[in-house]
Design a protein around this ligand. Structure first.
Ligand code: ACM
Length: 558
C-alpha cells in the first residue's frame, strides 16, 4: 500500500527557514516561487467568506465553493456581488482587512497589459486569510487551482494553510489535451469531466477530434445527413487489432445545444475548445454519407469498422466542385458554432494513391498547375484556410499540412518526430508539440501494462522529461514554440474509466512540463508529489494507473 500523507498545515518550527524546509507543498504544476512568510496558520471552515473584486470573478468564486463543498464537505460563505462598479471597488478596499478568501483581478477592465496572462500571486496570512491576485481573470482561476492543491485530499480533514506567498505564471501559453470521440464516443457529462481535469491542471486548450473514418460526431445544420448516416458504424472490433468483429451498431453525436453547453462550461474554466474536422483524408464516414465525393463513387462505402491508415479503403475527398462547396458549408458552420480563435483541419495521413489512380483528379491537378499530390493536399488546406480566415479565425493542422507548402499564419501541430516540428519552426510557423513518442497517452505506460494499447511503453518520466523547446533551437525558433499537448486516441479506449486510466498520471506530468519554469522542474520532487496526486484522483473519483510505482518496485528489486 502507498503511504497516505495528509497534505496541509503549518508545522510548529522555531525558524522560518526550518519551516520552509519542512512544509511540503505538493502543488502540480510546481509554481515559480513559494516563500513561507510566517509561522502562523489560517484555517478554512464553513464560515469562511469568499469575496471578489469584480463581479466577473463570481463564476470562479462559485467554482471554488463548489469544489470545497463537493469534495471536502465545507460550504463556504459567499459575499453578495455589488452591481455598481464604483461601490464595488471601495467595498473591496474597505473589506480588504476582513479575513476570508479574496479574489482580485488586477486587470478587470481587460486593458492591454504587459503582465503575463495566467500569472497570479497567492498570499496566506494568519490575520487576512487568503488573497489571490491575478494578472487577469485566468490568473485568478489558476490561483484558485493552486489553493485547491494546498487543501487536504480527504473530506473530514480541516484545511489549515501555512503563511505563504506564491508567485506563479505559465511557461507556455498553449497547454492542451486532445480527445478522440470518434473511435469511441463519450457522453457530454464525460466531456465536462475531462474539461474539469484540464482545469485542475491549469491546462487551457481542449482539442476535440470530432470526425474520422469511423464516424462524424457533430451535428451540422447545413448537412443533417452527416450525423443521420455518418455517426453510426455497423460494428467494431473488440480486443487488439485484428481483434474480433462484433456486428453491433455503434453511434453517437453532439448536437449544437450540446456543443454550446460544453463551450460555456469550458469558458468558465478558462479553456478554449479547438474543434477538429479531419480532411482531406480520414473521411470514410463522409464518403459513406456522400459516395459521390470520392474518386470511386460507384464502389460501396461505409464508415470504417476497424482502425489504421486506410490505404486499403478509399477515405479521401476528391477535388470536385460539390466537395469544395461542402467544405465551405461545414467549416463556416463550425466557425460560427465555436467562439474560439482556432479551427483544426486535420490534414494527417492522407492516402495519396486514390488521387494518383483517378484520371479526373489528375486532370484537375493539371488544370490547376498542381505538380503532385502533396500540392493537391495543400490546395485543400488552403481552401479551408480561406474559409476559416474569412471568419476571422486561424487554422491549425497536423504536421503533414506543411508538405505541399502552406501560408505562414497556419499553426502546426507536430505529432510525428520532432524533426517535423523543427521544419515548421524553420519556415516561421507557430508550433504546438504533440510528438507521439512522448505525448500520446493512448500508449501503454509500462511494458507489462496490457489494459489500454498495443503500443508503448510511454512511462511517466518520459512525459515529464520531454523537451518541448529543445536547446538546439535558435532563440527565434523557441519563441515560435507555442506549447504542448497530450493526445488520447481511443481505438482501444471504449470506456470512460479506461480514458482516465490512460491520462492519469501522465497528464499531471505534462501539466508540470508545460507550465513550470525549467529551473523548477525536478523529476524526483515530481515523483514524490505524484503520491499525493493519486489521493487527489481518488478524491475526484478518477481512475488512474499506478504503473509508475509498480515499475519503480521492479527497478528497486533488480
Ligand atoms: C495522428 O496521430 N494521425 C495525428
Amino acid at each position: 500500500m502507498l503511504s497516505r500523507k495528509i497534505m496541509v498545515a503549518a508545522i510548529a518550527m522555531s525558524s522560518l527557514a526550518a519551516q520552509a524546509q519542512e512544509t511540503q507543498f505538493n502543488i502540480i504544476p510546481e509554481p515559480v516561487q513559494i516563500t513561507v512568510t510566517g509561522e502562523g496558520t489560517y484555517p478554512i471552515g464553513r464560515n469562511t467568506l469568499v469575496r471578489v473584486s469584480d463581479e466577473n470573478l463570481q463564476t470562479s468564486a462559485d467554482y471554488l465553493a463548489d469544489y470545497m463543498s463537493r469534495y471536502l464537505g465545507i460550504p463556504l460563505q459567499m459575499e453578495k456581488t455589488k452591481r455598481d462598479k464604483r461601490k464595488k471597488t471601495s467595498s473591496v478596499a474597505s473589506s480588504d482587512e476582513l479575513p476570508g478568501i479574496l479574489l482580485v483581478n488586477r486587470n478587470s477592465d481587460n486593458r492591454n497589459s504587459d503582465e503575463l496572462s495566467g500569472g497570479y500571486q497567492l498570499e496566506v496570512s494568519q490575520t487576512h486569510g487568503v488573497r489571490i491576485e491575478g494578472n487577469d481573470a485566468a490568473g485568478v482561476f489558476y490561483g484558485i487551482q493552486t489553493l485547491i492543491q494546498m487543501l487536504p485530499t480527504r473530506a473530514g480533514v480541516l484545511p489549515v494553510l501555512p503563511e505563504v506567498k506564491i508567485t506563479d505564471y505559465p511557461r507556455f501559453a498553449y497547454r492542451g489535451m486532445h480527445l478522440d470521440v470518434v473511435r469511441h464516443f463519450f457522453p457530454v457529462d464525460f466531456i465536462k469531466k475531462y474539461i474539469d481535469y484540464l482545469a485542475l491542471h491549469k491546462l487551457n486548450y481542449f482539442h476535440w477530434h470530432l470526425t474520422d473514418d469511423q464516424a462524424w460526431r457533430i451535428e451540422m445544420k447545413c448537412r443533417p445527413e452527416l450525423t443521420e448516416k455518418g455517426s453510426v458504424r455497423e460494428g467494431e472490433i473488440f480486443g487488439l487489432y485484428p481483434g474480433k468483429y462484433q456486428p453491433l451498431p455503434y453511434g453517437g453525436y453532439y448536437t449544437h445545444e450540446d456543443v454550446r453547453e460544453i463551450v460555456r462550461y469550458a469558458a468558465q474554466r478558462h479553456i478554449t475548445i479547438i474543434p477538429e474536422i479531419d480532411i482531406p483524408g480520414h473521411c470514410m464516414a463522409v464518403l459513406a454519407t456522400y459516395p459521390q465525393f470520392s474518386t470511386t463513387p460507384d464502389e460501396p462505402k461505409k464508415a470504417a469498422l476497424t482502425w489504421g491508415i486506410f490505404n486499403k479503403f478509399n477515405n479521401v475527398l476528391a477535388p470536385k466542385p460539390e466537395v469544395f462547396t461542402f467544405l465551405k458549408d461545414v467549416f463556416s458552420e463550425l466557425c460560427d458554432l465555436f467562439p474560439g480563435q482556432y479551427i483544426h483541419v486535420g490534414g494527417d495521413e492522407c492516402a495519396k494513391r486514390w488521387w494518383q489512380e483517378s484520371e479526373e483528379t489528375q486532370l484537375f491537378m493539371r488544370e490547376k498547375g498542381l505538380k503532385d499530390e502533396k500540392a493537391l493536399q495543400s490546395y485543400f488546406i488552403h481552401y479551408v484556410q480561406e474559409v476559416v480566415n474569412g471568419k476571422g479565425k486561424t487554422l491549425i493542422g497536423w504536421d503533414e499540412i506543411l508538405e505541399g507548402g502552406i501560408s505562414e499564419d497556419c499553426i502546426i501541430m507536430n505529432w510525428r518526430r520532432p524533426e517535423f516540428g523543427k521544419k515548421a519552426l524553420k519556415t516561421g510557423h507557430r508550433m504546438i508539440s504533440t510528438c507521439s513518442a512522448w505525448l500520446y497517452f493512448n500508449m501503454k505506460e509500462s511494458r507489462t501494462q496490457t489494459e489500454i494499447a498495443p503500443r508503448g511503453p510511454l512511462p511517466l518520466e518520459k512525459v515529464y522529461e520531454f523537451q518541448i523547446a529543445p536547446d538546439s533551437l535558435t532563440a527565434q525558433q523557441q519563441e515560435l514554440v507555442w506549447g504542448a499537448q497530450g493526445c488520447l486516441w481511443t481505438e482501444y479506449i471504449p470506456t470512460t474509466w479506461k480514458a482516465e486510466f490512460a491520462i492519469f498520471p501522465r497528464m499531471s506530468a505534462l501539466a508540470e512540463n508545460v507550465w513550470s519554469p525549467l529551473e523548477k522542474k525536478d523529476w524526483r520532487n515530481f515523483a514524490r508529489k505524484v503520491e499525493v496526486q493519486f489521493e487527489r484522483y481518488e478524491l475526484w473519483g478518477a481512475r488512474y494507473s499506478d504503473a509508475f510505482f509498480r515499475t519503480q518496485d521492479i527497478e528497486r528489486k533488480r
